[in-house]
Design a protein around this ligand. Structure first.
Ligand SMILES: CCCCCCCC/C=C\CCCCCCCCCCCC(=O)SCCNC(=O)CCNC(=O)[C@H](O)C(C)(C)COP(=O)(O)OP(=O)(O)OC[C@H]1O[C@@H](n2cnc3c(N)ncnc32)[C@H](O)[C@@H]1OP(=O)(O)O
Ligand SMILES: Cc1cc2nc3c(=O)[nH]c(=O)nc-3n(C[C@H](O)[C@H](O)[C@H](O)COP(=O)(O)OP(=O)(O)OC[C@H]3O[C@@H](n4cnc5c(N)ncnc54)[C@H](O)[C@@H]3O)c2cc1C
Length: 662
């Protein structure tokens, strides 16, 4: 069957005809400026002109080994294509393009992220000089091996030991128990010949806690595992099965003294320990990766939204008015309610990711000159935003899948793969509940400091016990964000009161903490979302002076929707603390419904402006032309079961069953 594919179907043509803003301008804002849009498009063009980077067979039809090899082939091709054209792996990461091409869990991702970041952030000058060129040129390939079978969250509980032997000036790496086996690191199983390994440092019988070591795992010529090391792959997972997540055990394996990362803490040849300026500096790679994950989560959410919103404009179902033509499903208010608040979330996360990156850059610059004071704030912000961004991206992506009905469940929609990839983000790089509890710790400390009259850092300054009274009218954006802030202040105050009450009644502080931890996680979540609202309002108001009125109006509407939705989600708290009343909530609910209808009109144009090309969306449902049904049909033809009319299974099982006298 051959069908002439129109440039774009009538439904989408009509949707695009209603656009009242300059799409290119919005694209530039999302990219961070016209120059960055232009650079991203140059990278995309180069990648699109490299056909080897694109699958013609879905990884779902490949064996585990072929799947891995195919992804490795593409990952190496990507690296050489970038290099040949004067780009770096970092360009492919920061534009999202590399991840979109290789989002079945590619075996070089840990090398170009956490392995390289550890070398850059944890090496002394000699180590940097030795390892960075090798790693940047892929002469050595590595991963970040921290998590063990027994411990992921609790880094201080890791069991792998690194014991210094001053007679040979070596560390002896050892896995004393089965639970000390490193477990999970991406690309550890078969790809990496090196790993940065987190292990407990022992000097003269005393444990100095987790430290990082550079360890060679495999011979650089034969790729065979070195003596004293056992390494392998951990088997199939929920998603990202093209990666070779691995396990690793050490049997009294020796490495030179100089293989301990020594930028922050040092061990001298005679086995003396030199303390770092801050005890958590060795967690720096994790913090940096959390910052990256906020961007990554927003990007993945945006792919799902483009797919679901375009599909919702093309799909017609049921009758809204009896006898009338079937409407586009995007016309149903419930469909708008499923999708548009997540579209607003994407924008909110993108602006917050940018703000967080600035805090990260500022803090890193401070560390360079010995200033540690911004580290707790960065840790709290990166932990909270990583948790909210991944939680919301996972939830939003699944809603996008559900919003596409049955077709959203098809692999060829690409929604299942986006979902399983981003779902891992809730767990990896700090499980979200655990990260929220770190934020809560910071909030309680800040609240108590404020009670004692201390000045608070910027992200928590609104927690002041006597806040400056807000002059913004309640129903303005600022007024509602202030109301949300009042809600968080009330929640944190309440948590502090409950903690204190438990301690006063004889509980230990730790028992009291656990007894309040559900509420504490809610505080951390609410605080982070307040921060996101603030960043969104600030970004839109700053842009107001520089962008056209059409773009500003769209951003203003998205920001308003984000805030209204958040107020409704938090209604219980806001009523309890008196920040809003029932009447205000009713009008907020009505306004939200009105805003859904307004934003619906330009929804397709807004997702067009995110500007992700079909080859990166990889979806039968979300392509630019809206030719959904033909694509789904053609994709199904690729199923290996369709290679023959009658399968082997028929002769082997079905026919004997039909012939049996049951
Ligand atoms: C080929 C083409 C494309 C490929 C692209 C690839 C990638 C690009 C890069 C980025 C884009 C995103 C890409 C996504 C893919 C990335 C893949 C990642 C895969 C996942 C890897 C991993 O999972 S690695 C393992 C991660 N593990 C964890 O995160 C463990 C979590 N646990 C912890 O961090 C800690 O144990 C803890 C923080 C929970 C507790 O630590 P600890 O017990 O030591 O401390 P305390 O709780 O006692 O607290 C004491 C005190 O310290 C403060 N503190 C704790 N941590 C920090 C910190 N990091 N910084 C500053 N301060 C810290 C804490 O708040 C306490 O302070 P007080 O003042 O005493 O309250
Ligand atoms: C796809 C994927 C890739 C990964 N890649 C890597 C990698 O490259 N390198 C690497 O080193 N690791 C990697 N990991 C491991 C990952 O970092 C850990 O799984 C993660 O840190 C969570 O630790 P855990 O598995 O020990 O979970 P646990 O900590 O055992 O969590 C289980 C449950 O216990 C709860 N819990 C734990 N502690 C607390 C607490 N203090 N308070 C309240 N609740 C708590 C959690 O909230 C969770 O509900 C990867 C994991 C996945 C899934």
């Amino acid at each position: 069957m051959s069908v002439v594919v129109p440039e774009c179907c009538d439904d989408l043509k009509r949707e695009r005809g209603r656009c009242l803003f300059n799409k290119e301008e919005l694209t530039n804002i999302l990219d961070g400026g016209p120059k960055l849009t232009e650079k991203r498009r140059r990278i995309e063009k180069m990648l699109i002109n490299t056909p080897e980077l694109f699958d013609d067979v879905s990884p779902d039809y490949l064996s585990h080994e072929d799947r891995y090899s195919n992804e490795l082939r593409k990952a190496t091709q990507l690296m050489t294509t970038l290099e040949k054209n004067g780009f770096t792996y970092n360009d492919a990461v920061t534009t999202g393009t590399g991840l979109w091409l290789l989002m079945d869990g590619n075996p070089l991702s840990l090398h170009i992220s956490m392995f390289l970041d550890t070398i850059k952030g944890q090496s002394n000058p000699q180590q940097l000089q030795e390892w960075l060129p090798l790693a940047e040129k892929f002469k050595i390939i590595g991963t970040y091996a921290q998590t063990e079978l027994g411990h992921g969250t609790f880094v201080r509980g890791l069991e792998t030991t690194a014991t210094y032997d001053s007679t040979t000036k070596e560390f002896v790496l050892h896995s004393p128990t089965i639970t000390a086996t490193k477990w999970w690191p991406g690309a550890l199983g078969k790809t990496s010949n090196h790993a940065v390994v987190m292990a407990q440092l022992y000097l003269g019988g005393k444990c100095y806690g987790p430290h990082i070591f550079m360890v060679q795992l495999r011979d650089l010529e034969t790729h065979r595992t070195l003596p004293g090391i056992v390494v392998g792959e951990i088997g199939p997972r929920l998603g990202m099965n093209s990666n070779d997540n691995g396990f690793l055990q050490f049997n009294h394996h020796r490495i030179p003294l100089t293989n301990m990362f020594m930028k922050h803490s040092q061990v001298t040849e005679d086995g003396k320990y030199v303390k770092p300026l801050h005890s958590k500096l060795s967690y720096g790679t994790m913090v940096q990766t959390r910052v990256g994950i906020v961007y990554h989560a927003s990007r993945e959410l945006s792919r799902a939204l483009i797919i679901a919103i375009r599909y919702s404009a093309v799909r017609h179902q049921s009758e809204m008015v009896p006898g009338d033509p079937e409407p586009q499903i995007l016309d149903y208010q419930t469909q708008q309610y499923k999708l548009l608040p997540h579209l607003a979330s994407f924008f909110a996360l993108r602006f917050s990711a940018r703000a967080l990156l600035e805090v990260f850059i500022g803090t890193s610059a401070g560390l360079g000159s010995g200033k540690m004071n911004m580290l707790p704030e960065l840790h709290a912000l990166s932990s909270g935003l990583k948790a909210v961004a991944t939680n919301d991206a996972v939830k939003g992506t699944d809603i996008c899948r559900l919003a596409c009905g049955g077709h959203g469940y098809l692999s060829s929609s690409n929604l299942p793969r986006i979902y399983t990839a981003i779902a891992a983000g809730i767990t990896y790089e700090g499980e979200n509940t655990v990260l929220f509890l770190q934020v809560a710790r910071y909030l309680i400390k800040s609240f108590r400091a404020s009670s004692q009259g201390q000045t608070l850092p910027f992200s928590v300054s609104y927690l002041r016990v006597q806040p400056p009274s807000s002059h913004a009218p309640l129903m303005s954006d600022r007024g509602l964000v202030d109301a949300l802030g009042a809600g968080v202040r009330w929640m944190v105050g309440e948590a502090e009161r409950r903690l204190q009450q438990l301690v006063d009644s004889g509980h230990s502080p730790h028992a009291a903490w656990n007894a309040c931890s559900v509420h504490l996680v809610q505080c951390a979540d609410a605080h982070t979302r307040y921060y996101i609202c603030e960043q969104f309002v600030d970004a839109v108001s700053k842009l107001g002076e520089t962008v056209s009125s059409g773009v500003h109006e769209v951003l203003r509407q998205l920001c308003r929707l984000y805030i209204l939705h958040r107020v409704i989600q938090t209604a219980g708290i806001l009523l309890r603390c008196g920040a809003v009343d029932g009447k205000a909530l009713t009008s907020i609910e009505e306004e939200e419904c009105h805003l859904l209808a307004t934003l619906r009109i330009q929804a397709v144009s807004i997702v067009d402006a995110i500007d992700i090309k079909d080859v990166f969306l990889k979806s039968t449902l979300g392509a630019w032309d809206g030719n959904v049904y033909q694509r789904i049909y053609e994709e199904a033809q690729k199923s290996p079961l369709n290679k023959s009319d009658v399968t082997q299974g028929y002769y082997q099982y079905l026919r004997p069953l039909m012939k049996a006298n049951l």
